[in-house]
Design a protein around this ligand. Structure first.
Ligand code: 5GP
Length: 134
């Protein structure tokens, strides 16, 4: 059965899309640790990040780098933190999380709540910033 992220890539499940290229897709995490918390995934459904072949792996991180730069222009933070867990969804993904302290990337913290309008607005701002970087 297709992963929930494959369904997102295929448009069968909605997402707050940030950007995509031929091989990768970025969208807001629905349970964010911070405003702008984004997931970057390969479109191809591969469970484990470190099973991705080198070319796609490099493309994923190059794409993620540009997405991180876009997030930085929208969300005030010291850095974009990066995390890989993959314990919940068996489709490789990289978390990009705006952080100011090490505590901001603690997945035990309660997640933030945003309305649909707020999610849309955040995604649109980051997406616009991404397009300007192109
Ligand atoms: P992990 O597999 O890295 O432990 O966690 C999966 C992440 O995917 C979680 O942060 C969770 O909030 C996010 N997530 C799970 N299902 C969905 C979904 O349907 N849409 C979005 N946007 N994020 C999801």
């Amino acid at each position: 059965m297709a992963s929930i992220f494959t369904k997102i890539v295929n448009g069968e499940i909605p997402s707050y899309k940030i950007a995509e290229n031929e091989k990768c897709y970025a969208f807001l995490d629905i349970n964010p640790l911070a405003k702008g918390h984004t997931l970057v995934i390969p479109k191809e459904e591969i469970d484990y990040l470190f099973d991705i072949e080198d070319d796609l792996y490099k493309d994923l991180f190059a794409f993620g780098k540009k997405v991180a730069k876009a997030i930085e222009t929208v969300v005030t933070c010291k850095r974009i933190g990066i995390a890989v867990l993959g314990l919940e969804v068996p489709h490789a993904h990289v978390h990009l999380i705006p952080i100011n302290t090490i505590y901001d990337i603690d997945f035990k913290q309660p997640k933030l709540k945003f309305s649909e309008e707020e999610f849309k607005e955040i995604a649109a701002e980051i997406s616009e910033a991404y397009e300007k970087l192109a």
